[in-house]
Design a protein around this ligand. Structure first.
Ligand code: ADP
Ligand code: MG
Length: 276
């Protein structure tokens, strides 16, 4: 009775990319509807390990919903998401009658914990210091000792340039600093991949660069990332690939240079005119 991955649509063979690496993230025929509103339409996307994908598109085009399907905050109406070859949310094989069996919620939580997500708003725990915010999930979810969690949280604070803010509460930090704590908090779960949903769009302009610098460093360290952002300078500098969505569809993809300099569709041309 679960809205199953659409077996009939067929799946890409266990595709390996031109470079011969198996994809870390594979979206196959993803559809998402909210009632009558068909928000995602047959989205296919494949991201290799270590690849940085920037996702662009007008407001309402389905970017957040696509990210939310990847980490099971939303359940696709059809299609499937595979991470490192593993179907998300469902048992690997359909039952004898062809239905797909949903995984138990503990197993879904375990899959989700391998994917880090950072939102436009930072969602830090307001009553906890920066350090405590970062330590919380490793202790509660991964069962780390306080000492272990503290040691890695301090290392992460250093990595995002906030060693001197460990004992500050979110209200005592700038938006850019809060977002960097939020990134450190996501990294503390040692995710296999990171999703960023407009991580700088709530920031004052002068605070954008410090957050993008952290993203760039993560990318250089080999993290697999999908970043929704309209910072085209960042896309040019950091993205291996840019994907343009419009009206729930993936319309074009290529390098930043290809998309910016030779957009094929009118829709991308219009969009670029609005952000560049
Ligand atoms: P984007 O991130 O590109 O701005 P979204 O994925 O947030 O786009 O939204 C795509 C469309 O889906 C919008 O029309 C939005 O209103 C709609 N939508 C998103 N989430 C929900 C929901 N939970 N219920 C109903 N409609 C939704
Ligand atoms: Mg969005």
């Amino acid at each position: 009775d679960a809205p199953a991955p659409d077996a009939a649509s067929g799946t890409a063979p266990d595709a390996t990319s031109a470079s011969g690496t198996a994809p870390l993230i594979q979206l196959e025929g993803i559809h998402k509807a909210f009632g009558d509103l068909h928000v995602l339409k047959d989205c296919d996307l494949s991201v290799a390990p270590g690849e940085v994908t920037v996702l662009i598109g007008p407001s309402g085009s389905g970017k957040s919903t696509l990210l939310r399907c990847i980490n099971q905050l939303e359940e696709p109406t059809a299609g499937r998401v595979r991470i490192a070859g593993v179907t998300q949310g469902y048992a690997e094989e359909p039952l004898a009658d062809g239905r797909w069996q949903k995984l138990p919620s503990a197993e879904i939580a375990r899959q989700r914990s391998r994917i880090g997500m950072v939102f436009q708003r930072f969602h830090l725990f307001p009553h906890m210091t920066a350090l405590a915010n970062i330590m919380e999930a490793p202790i509660q979810v991964l069962g780390r000792s306080k000492a272990e969690a503290k040691e890695s949280a301090l290392a992460l604070l250093e990595r995002v340039g906030l060693s001197d803010r460990a004992d500050h509460y979110p209200s005592e930090l700038s938006g850019g600093q809060q977002q960097r704590v939020a990134i450190a908090r996501a990294l503390a779960m040692e995710p296999e991949l990171m999703l960023f949903d407009e991580p700088t769009s709530a920031l004052d302009p002068e605070l954008v660069a410090e957050v993008l610098a952290v993203l760039k460093e993560l990318a250089e360290g080999g993290m697999t990332m999908i970043v929704v952002t309209h910072e085209m300078g960042f896309a040019r500098e950091v993205a291996d690939r840019v994907v343009f969505m419009d009206e729930g569809m993936i319309v074009e993809q290529g390098t930043a240079q290809e998309l910016i300099e030779t957009p094929r569709s009118d829709r991308l041309q219009d969009f670029l005119a609005s952000v560049l």
